[in-house]
Design a protein around this ligand. Structure first.
Ligand SMILES: [Zn+2]
Length: 219
């Protein structure tokens, strides 16, 4: 009996010590669906109520984000808001123009292989200045100042083919081409991400955030 009583007393303590945040989506498809559902709440203005102080102690013990986002640095596109997610759910890498850099790739590999995210979304957006700049630079052949020119050089291979295609919506086509190119880069990134994608443990998807509506559409 003494053992039983001791077990009763110690059990909650042990379980608290071992408690870790639980992942809210355990498959790639479920992770993508969770992003889509969160964005629908955001678009409808029906976001979940947040108490940011709740769960802080638990989050100090670890993290189990269900998805990673490679998004633009643009101040108008905040992934946690756009997908209505609290702290601990999204592993976010942001760079102007949402393209894959060596450091960003390392971060996303960490998110997938160590933290266990089930999906990576490359998230572009309408009216992206970082995508528009290379389009203009390619058309006019002018250089941008400082390290901004490095952004243009990095994004040029993905964007340049759209300049040769007919159509009026050049800037939007460039946004989509840039997203698709970087989805492919991540899907083929050896040795970590490509293997996880092949094994069905990870999905890499592309999407564009529409600034006027807040809606995220897959591309
Ligand atoms: Zn942008």
């Amino acid at each position: 009996m003494r053992t039983g009583a001791a077990a009763l007393i110690t059990a909650p303590v042990v379980s608290t010590a071992q408690a870790q945040p639980v992942r809210t989506a355990e498959t790639p498809d479920a992770a993508v669906a969770r992003l889509v559902e969160g964005n629908a709440r955001y678009v409808a203005g029906k976001m979940n109520e947040r108490d940011f102080s709740a769960g802080r102690a638990l989050r100090a013990k670890g993290q189990a984000p269900f998805a990673a986002i490679l998004g633009c640095a643009d101040s108008r596109v905040a992934p946690e808001l756009a997908f209505d997610q609290p702290p601990g759910e999204l592993f976010v890498v942001r760079v102007a123009g949402n393209f894959v850099t060596p450091d960003g790739l390392g971060s996303l590999e960490y998110g997938a292989a160590v933290l266990g995210v089930k999906a990576i979304m490359v998230l572009g957006h309408t009216s992206c200045g970082a995508v528009n700049a290379p389009v203009v630079a390619l058309q006019k052949g002018n250089d941008l100042p400082g390290h901004i020119a490095d952004l243009v050089r990095a994004m040029k291979p993905a964007i340049e083919p759209t300049l040769k295609q007919p159509g009026d919506d050049l800037y939007q086509r460039a946004v989509i081409a840039n997203v698709r190119s970087n989805v492919q880069r991540l899907q083929e990134a050896t040795p970590i991400l490509a293997d996880m994608v092949k094994a069905g443990k990870l999905r890499v998807v592309g999407a564009v955030y529409d600034l006027p509506t807040g809606k995220v559409g897959m591309v």
